[in-house]
Design a protein around this ligand. Structure first.
Ligand code: ZN
Length: 324
């Protein structure tokens, strides 16, 4: 087994359906368990933080939740992990009613639905918020990477100015081979370079040797319907062990489309692979660097075992310093 460098990424966010779930069960508790395991083995992770949710918490006056998250992000960074920028702009329309989040519309699901100046402002305020939060534990900390909500990063030209203005150098929204034209999601990565990372300039799916930015795609693998059926049966047989920690629901309509469209490629996650399977799939990746995507809200007991197996393996989970 070759020892690989693993970029173990987690999208730190609530659900976007009804209910959206609670910070306690979708974020704070599962992230604590994830970090306990990582820290025990000296492994590092990268958390993409949905900053528009944090800004919304402040806007509606839920300072108690905001401060708990603030403390968790500070711990994450002081333990040597990274936090980076993740934007889900449909939070702009969210309302807090009867102790729950309501999303009356998803018109801003993609950043591209907003004017360019607004996009720049969201990048700047998100990056500043994260850096301010962790300045207490690391005053020099700088956010360098971005992942688009729903992977909706193209056309990149719409976001380019925001990358430049905020000094973001890395995007990690692409998944080679994946394509989706749903109601809200929209991306086509079928012609993206099949590489662990590459430079780009005006499009994340076109390599440009002297490009200003890095694309670090989420590692994908080919799957088939049989594998999906086996996985579903396994989950049915052990519902407790596979139950997600998060207490919310995905957006129904969007999800169905999404599953239909991406049947041939899947992103490599902790949540959808058993411990042995994950190590086998990492072995099969023809690159030295492998990028995983997971979500604290989506973790289960089985996914925690998969995380532990990865931490105990010879592979080294690292941050973006391997590139920069
Ligand atoms: Zn997300």
């Amino acid at each position: 087994m070759t020892r690989k460098k693993i970029l173990l990424t987690f999208d730190y966010e609530l659900f976007f359906g009804t209910p959206s779930g609670t910070a306690q069960k979708c974020l704070l508790r599962p992230t604590q368990r994830i970090c306990d395991i990582l820290n025990r083995y000296g492994q590092k992770a990268i958390f993409f933080i949905d900053t528009l949710y944090l800004e919304k918490l402040r806007e509606v006056g839920d300072f108690e939740t905001f401060e708990k998250i603030e403390r968790q992000l500070q711990e994450i960074v002081s333990d040597g992990h990274r936090i980076e920028l993740h934007l889900h702009p449909h939070w702009l329309d969210a309302q807090w009613r009867d102790d729950t989040w309501i999303f009356p519309t998803y018109r801003y699901y993609r950043l591209h639905a907003l004017p360019k100046e607004k996009i720049v402002q969201l990048f700047l305020s998100g990056k500043t918020l994260l850096e301010e939060i962790v300045s207490e534990v690391n005053p020099a900390y700088s956010v360098v990477a971005f992942r688009a909500g729903g992977w909706s990063v193209e056309p990149f030209l719409t976001l380019k100015e925001a990358f430049i203005e905020s000094g973001i150098q890395i995007d990690s929204s692409v998944g080679y081979g994946m394509k989706l034209e749903g109601v809200a999601h929209q991306f086509d990565f079928t012609d993206a370079p099949d590489k662990a990372f590459y430079r780009f300039e005006d499009s994340v799916v076109e390599e440009s040797a002297k490009g200003s930015f890095w694309e670090v795609p989420i590692t994908t693998y080919r799957t088939n319907i049989l594998q999906k059926i086996v996985r579903r049966i396994r989950r049915k047989l052990q519902p407790e062990r596979y139950r997600m920690f998060g207490d919310g629901k995905s957006v129904g309509g969007l999800r169905r489309n999404y599953l239909e469209e991406i049947r041939t490629y899947e992103m490599l996650t902790l949540e959808s692979t058993l411990p042995r399977q994950l190590l086998r799939r990492i072995d099969q990746v023809p690159f030295e660097i492998v990028t995983l995507i997971s979500h604290p809200k989506g973790m289960s007991e089985v996914a925690m075992e998969t995380l532990e197996a990865l931490c105990r393996s010879p592979h080294k989970c690292v941050g973006y310093e391997v590139l920069l």
